[in-house]
Design a protein. Structure first.
Length: 276
């Protein structure tokens, strides 16, 4: 009898049946990612984030009064201000995938006590060398803006930003015999761009830049510029929760008649993100 070929055919049939039995469930478990499926963290209408920022500060202020020109006061060299941690809050409202309304609040406050190592003139008053002074710099920035993402894909987006930044800065010097303060505030418009790329579906890299400058040619008594740069990475555990970290740089300066100030903050930050 020709039993050997029959056994071979039977074995081959069983092997084929076993292969199909294993392959069909495996195929059923594999689900390719839909073409219109956004990355993890991009399906939301409200996004809120809180950051801890560790910047190095460079700042100068000058205030004139009674026709007496103020000194250019370096807050580190002259007032003994030290670098410190600060916080920032951001809120994004997203009514549609390409449209975002952005709010930001960044309070900047430094306080120090020192003995002057040189004479300084502030708000028309001369503070003599060797005089103990308490100083404070309170610089608040509120931002409201609109972002339109003209490129919006599963891998990320590219957009432009229109912003209005309201700056409120107050500097105060107090000695045993005198206390003076100067304040400047006003809106600063800004234009910018934002881009995000997902290196994997739940990890992204974002770069954001906005800036504005009032040219000297408009009025030499008034000038201002604002440059803001953020580069950071985000890890999204789910669509609703993530963490981020990166580098932020903020450069602000103003001239209002004879009063002026400049502030540069640069450093790393860490934060958390929640979405709904």
């Amino acid at each position: 009898m020709n039993t050997r070929p029959s056994r071979l055919y039977t074995s081959a049939g069983l092997a084929a049946a076993l292969f199909l039995f294993l392959a069909v469930p495996a195929h059923a478990q594999y689900k390719p990612r839909p073409l219109n499926d956004p990355a993890t963290g991009e399906s939301y209408h409200i996004e809120a984030s809180a950051d801890l920022w560790y910047p190095s500060i460079t700042a100068t202020v000058s205030s004139e009064a009674l026709g007496i020109q103020g000194s250019q006061i370096d807050i580190k060299r002259d007032l003994g201000v030290k670098d410190k941690r600060m916080s920032a809050l951001d809120l994004v409202l997203r009514p549609a995938p390409r449209h975002k309304f952005r709010l930001q609040y960044l309070p900047i406050k430094y306080e120090a006590s020192s003995t002057l190592n040189q004479d300084v003139i502030f708000n028309g008053i001369r503070y003599r060398v060797g005089l103990p002074v308490n100083s404070s710099l309170d610089w608040k920035t509120y931002s409201i803006g609109y972002e339109f993402d003209f490129v919006e894909k599963n891998w990320g987006f590219v957009g432009f930003i229109l912003e209005a930044k309201y700056t409120d800065v107050q500097v105060a010097l107090a000695s045993p015999i005198e206390r003076q303060f100067a304040r400047a505030r006003g809106p600063i418009p800004a234009l910018g761009a934002n881009a995000r790329v997902y290196v994997v579906p739940n990890i992204s890299i974002t770069g954001e830049f906005s800036a504005f400058k009032i040219p000297d040619s408009i009025d030499s008594r008034y000038n201002a510029h604002y440059i803001d740069l953020n580069i950071y990475g985000t890890v999204n555990f789910t669509n609703n929760i993530g963490v981020k970290g990166g580098y932020r740089s903020r450069d602000v300066a103003y001239l209002i008649k004879a009063d002026s100030g400049s502030l540069v903050l640069r450093g790393i930050f860490l934060g958390a993100v929640v979405r709904y």
